[in-house]
Design a protein around this ligand. Structure first.
Ligand code: CP
Length: 308
């Protein structure tokens, strides 16, 4: 398959993508999914650098597998093994990576805006692999792909995102993606993590678990992002689980065919019980597999883009 024309060099967030751009990414990902495991030559001779300044299992490995499946050379750098520990700035690090011949940089960073910042400094494409609580576009795109695969068109579908919305880049990117695809989004959880102010984005806000689960075609669980919280937003984890954890008895409120998603890492027994994470309704591992195909689409479109 020919890589379609694509005019955006960088992928900073889903907020700036149009519905037709999202469809283009998902269509290309569908092509790559059909031949997952086969090597394509779209990025042969290109060099992709994964610069991960926060821990990652799924995103880093999926970008690596995706790049290798397109026959690119891949170099992965973690903060602790780089000269950032010796005082080098992110700006200088990126300029040096570019000088070493990178054709694209995949960046994960704890600061919101880090990817946008680098995209204004270097000439090579910057792909945001998560920047603080701002956006995680490749995650949302793989979530859209998985949802369409499991429940069909998202037009008019109801998706509940339950958990730590306040500190979640996944929730924000999914909100933009889902709303552009015509879905209705409910943010659910305790009022300290799901403030009413989110309604101004166009989402429904609910602190009533039964209400928000019973109408959902899909429910996405989010873990508590302790690493971004400087103070506690609820009395204890046990208290959170007691009131908002998805367990077998609460899952009875869900529609029979509702699908369960989680971006990972899962904290089993806290936001979701094992029997639900591993149930027939769960598409959690499908999300992970689809992440390779979606990232193959992102890498080929951005690296081979014609104009910014
Ligand atoms: N979903 C996600 O971003 O997982 P990792 O932190 O393991 O990459």
């Amino acid at each position: 398959m020919e890589i379609p024309t694509w005019k955006k060099k960088n992928l900073i967030g889903v907020q700036s993508l149009s519905q037709s751009e999202i469809r283009k990414i998902l269509k290309l990902a569908k092509f790559f999914k059909k031949s997952l495991g086969t090597k394509h030559n779209h990025l042969k001779g290109k060099r992709i650098v994964n610069l991960f300044m926060e821990p990652s299992t799924r995103t880093r490995i999926a970008f690596e597998v995706a790049a290798k499946s397109l026959q690119a050379d891949v170099i992965s750098i973690a903060e602790k093994s780089s000269s950032l520990t010796k005082g080098e700035t992110l700006r200088d690090t990126a300029l040096n990576i570019q000088a070493l011949g990178a054709d694209a940089i995949v960046l994960r960073h704890s600061s919101p805006g880090a990817s946008l910042f680098l995209s204004r400094i270097v000439d090579v494409p910057i792909i945001n692999a998560g920047d603080g609580a701002h956006e995680h576009p490749s995650q949302a795109l793989l979530d859209l792909f998985t949802l369409e695969e499991s429940i069909g068109s998202l037009e008019g579908k109801k998706v509940t995102i339950l958990g730590d919305i306040l500190f979640s880049r996944v929730a924000r990117s999914n909100f933009w993606g889902l709303s552009k695809m015509g879905a209705e989004i409910t943010f659910a959880g305790p009022s300290t993590l799901v403030p009413k102010s989110f309604e101004s984005m166009g989402a429904k806000v609910s602190h009533d678990l039964k209400d928000s689960l019973s109408e959902a075609d899909a429910v996405m669980l989010l873990r508590i992002q302790h690493e971004r919280q400087s103070s506690s937003h609820f009395p204890s984890l046990a208290e959170y689980t007691r009131i908002f954890g998805l367990n077998k008895s609460r899952a009875k409120w869900l529609k029979k065919d509702a699908v369960i998603l989680h971006p990972g890492p899962i904290n089993r027994g806290i936001e979701i019980d094992s029997e639900l994470a591993d149930s027939d309704n769960s598409v959690i591992l499908n999300q992970v597999t689809n992440g390779v195909a979606v990232r193959m689409a992102i890498l080929s479109l951005c690296t081979l883009s014609r104009i910014e």
